[in-house]
Design a protein around this ligand. Structure first.
Ligand SMILES: Nc1ncnc2c1ncn2[C@@H]1O[C@H](COP(=O)(O)OP(=O)(O)OP(=O)(O)O)[C@@H](O)[C@H]1O
Ligand SMILES: [Mg+2]
Length: 291
């Protein structure tokens, strides 16, 4: 295994397809089951990933105390605060929060959280330097094994920032009406990035199908049509489709938000296969437990 982190953008320019759920679950799985040192980066103003990974108390404290977040990482400094009369240097340790692992004390899972006010001062700014996250990873995060970046469903300067940091792109897609509506946008966005950054290798590691009830066995025509459309477009674009698919199950959101919840039903059998297929595809391997 490489001794630098493998960085993956989890993205689809379509909303509500499972990007954040997959990022949270994959980050936890890689840290807890494979013993990998993992960083999850919340690049979405909705801050859903931060809330899923941090406890409610930790997230509230982070907001109340105005602790540094991804916003300060892009700004490049820690602003004056209640007991701090000037801007100060931002230490990487100030931005990174250890994720509570649900009783698993040796967790190496950390998160760079997002804040709700993010949209006002960053997304619409044209002054953001899109290489900031990539530089931060290059300078401070080389000890990690895996870095997962949860992206927003709309394209912005932050999408470009995520690409600059990433070797791979993972595309969750849901079998629903207009399931592939984000695919041409994704293709265009990646092609344009590659054209502007000829020295950068970035590729789609795979499309993860999130199967709604209508596309399973005994499925409706809409579900089957949607799956066929996903297969066809992915093939046209040369994108791999993961063999294992994520069913629609309440276990997934429950477990993504609460590490104590555990998987139930089909998800308990299904998720480890999905996670292991993705991790293997991006060239990672399980760490042997230290004696
Ligand atoms: N496999 C699943 N089974 C059941 N519900 C799911 C599953 N995956 C995600 N969900 C739920 O579907 C909703 C959308 O999921 P999620 O937030 O992960 O999507 P997203 O692509 O990150 O959305 P957005 O584009 O808004 O960031 C959430 O309420 C989530 O809890
Ligand atoms: Mg999301």
């Amino acid at each position: 295994m490489s001794n630098t982190p493998t960085v993956v953008s989890v993205i689809n320019l379509k909303g509500g397809v499972g990007k954040t759920t997959v990022t949270a679950l994959l980050a936890r799985y890689a840290a807890q089951e494979w013993g990998l040192d993992v960083l999850a980066v919340d690049l979405d103003t909705q801050a859903n990933l931060s809330q899923a990974l941090m406890t409610a108390d930790d997230y509230t404290r982070f907001m109340d105390e105005k602790q540094p977040s991804i916003v300060e990482l892009f700004a490049g400094y820690a602003p004056p605060a209640q007991n701090k009369p000037s801007p100060s240097r931002l230490e990487s340790a100030d931005i990174i929060k250890l994720v509570s692992a649900g009783g698993w004390l040796e967790s190496k899972l950390e998160v760079i959280p997002s804040r709700f006010d993010f949209s006002d001062n960053l997304v619409n700014s044209t002054r953001v330097e899109p290489e900031v996250l990539a530089k931060f990873i290059a300078q401070h995060m080389q000890h990690k094994d895996l870095i997962l970046i949860d992206c927003a469903p709309t394209e912005s300067i932050l999408t470009i920032a995520s690409y600059h940091a990433s070797r791979y792109v993972l595309i969750p897609v849901k079998t629903e009406f207009f399931s592939t509506i984000g695919f041409p946008l994704m293709k265009q966005s990646l092609e344009s990035f590659r054209k502007d950054n000829l020295g950068h290798t970035i590729e789609v590691c795979g499309v993860l199908v999130h199967r709604t009830k209508t596309s399973g066995s005994g499925s409706s025509k809409d579900g089957r049509d949607s799956l066929m459309d996903i297969r066809k477009k992915a093939k046209d674009y040369g994108w791999h489709i993961f063999c294992n698919r994520m069913d629609h199950s309440d276990s997934y959101p429950r477990w993504a938000n609460d590490p104590h919840a555990g998987y139930l039903g089909n998800a308990a059998r299904e998720w480890p296969k999905i996670a292991e297929e993705i991790l293997a595809k991006i060239g990672l391997s399980k760490q042997e437990a230290e004696q």
